[in-house]
Design a protein around this ligand. Sequence first.
Ligand code: FEO
Ligand code: CA
Ligand code: CA
Ligand code: CA
Length: 619
Amino acid sequence: AVQAAGSSRGIQSGPQLIGFEAVKVYDGDGVLLPAGYRHQVLLPWGQPITGRMPAFDPLRNSGADQAQQMGSHHDGMHFFPIEGHSPYEGSSEDGLLVMNHEYVEPRFMHASAVGQSLSRSAVPLKDGKRAADEVLKEINGHGVAIARIRKQANGDWQLVQDPRNRRITGLTEMQLSGPVRGSDLVKTRFSQDGTRTRGTLNNCAHGVTPWNTYLTSEENWAGYFINTGEQPREHQRYGVASRNTSRYAWERADSNADEYQRFDASSKAASATGDYRNEPNTFGWVVEIDPFNPQSTPVKRTALGRFAHEGVIFHTAVEGQPIVCYSGDDARFEYIYKYVSAQPYHKATAGGHLLDNGTLYVARFNDDGSGEWLPLVFGMGPLTPANGFNSQADVLVNTRLAADTVGATKMDRPEWGAVNPSTGEVYFTLTNNSRRTEAQIDKANPRAANDWGQIIRWREAGDQVAATRFEWDLFMLAGPQDDSDYAGAALNDGQIFNSPDGLWFDRQSRLWIQTDMSESVVNTGKWAQFGNNQMLACDPVNQVLKRFLVGPIGQEITGVCSTPDQKTLFVNVQHPGATTTPEDFAAGKLTGQWPHDGSRYPRSATLVISREDGRIVGS
Ligand code: FEO
Ligand code: CA
Ligand code: CA
Ligand code: CA
């Protein structure tokens, strides 16, 4: 059996970071936590947070209402201490919780869906068209929410009315910045000079800049578009496909409005409605949002590349050194990237401009444990006109092609990353890859038909964050007891998991691992032994791993952050009840109905987790 090399550095010892008893595998419709822990459900989908504060009513809320409520499918998030100047210092009882809303489950959103046999991704159609306000509601269910929350005297947290409470959606106007700004490749009907776009979509994980802003990552945006005409390479390589309808058929809205028609990116330059060919090129970016300035326009930072960005993870900012961050491209056989700013970081002047001018690299993991960061710079190496690259903007819009060209290592779906604050090592989850064949195995991706996933880690050469070489090993192979490895041993009952996705180090270097078994396999066949999706805590020094939390039926656990004092942990529950079959939905029978709050449908929501004794979570 393949083994992880996580033990090769030998057993070390240090202060014990994990003080709870592991919870068991669980497949019920609640939330399981260790003894001595409590949780509260906060900010579920549809809770009003701004504007007219329209009360949640899934069958009656309009598209406009949804833009003033929490979006759906909670994902990456961060707690920004109120009036703070650092993302990790300040109040532990009052702050802006900022989170991504990755996607929607249309059957739970519309009166027209009631009684229909609809899968979790299907949409109600009438004569092949979609009601425009249903489309608007779905667009507004996506994006980002900024909500001020405060701890009450009884220990519960509550939404606070605040002018900074805000929804950013699939329609919010955004700036394009960096090398792609103004390029012909992003000139659209909406922005003829290629400097602006509308909306952010499929926002998966996130990032937090050292200058206290939030980054949201556009992951599976390609499926929201179709192109039935000529396919430029910047569509083809990303899966903007020729198909009957896009993911939610938004282009079939019974309205000619630009904001819906743009999702058909086919060439139709001669038609009355114009040309949307470049619309998809304005997606696939990392978007910067200043949560403390409600008037600020979100900015798509194109220097970080265009792909299915899972999230953005910053290395520790060091005065006088470049800013360094990492991002995974979550698709089978895609890559891990690193960005190094051209200008050094200075606390006093740091800002988004550091993300506009720098070098994007892609990782090569050699089988001997060495690694290289390969620059994606126009004119360097093979990235020349002879190979079809004509400018840095061209390289960035076609980041995946550029990475193919320089010979990067094709990974098993890179998801989140995390930097160990005490060692500087970078950890990354590789969630699974059922399509890898025996012939495609390498040391970093060592299992064919990889249903379980692994966690890889590396250390930059000489511990220099901007290094172009690194050393890596496999930290952990996820899986059942007969096909897993951590520190030379198989995972036990209190540890087994698969499909690692969310990953986060708290400030004491406790590693939190979250899982995302697909809703199409969870609780079935060989996946049933793992129960529902879960979160584990790991102490990488003492090599302790324990299951901390199991979520309800049909969901994935994703998004984790804490208050600066680490006494409150925020964790997201995404897509509860998604395992409901079309037949059951039609019959009004739901597989899961978490959070059991009396509303008609299950709702994504945030868990607020603390200890009865008020001590640090996990310790
Ligand atoms: Fe949105 Fe890769 O998970
Ligand atoms: Ca994810
Ligand atoms: Ca998912
Ligand atoms: Ca995932």
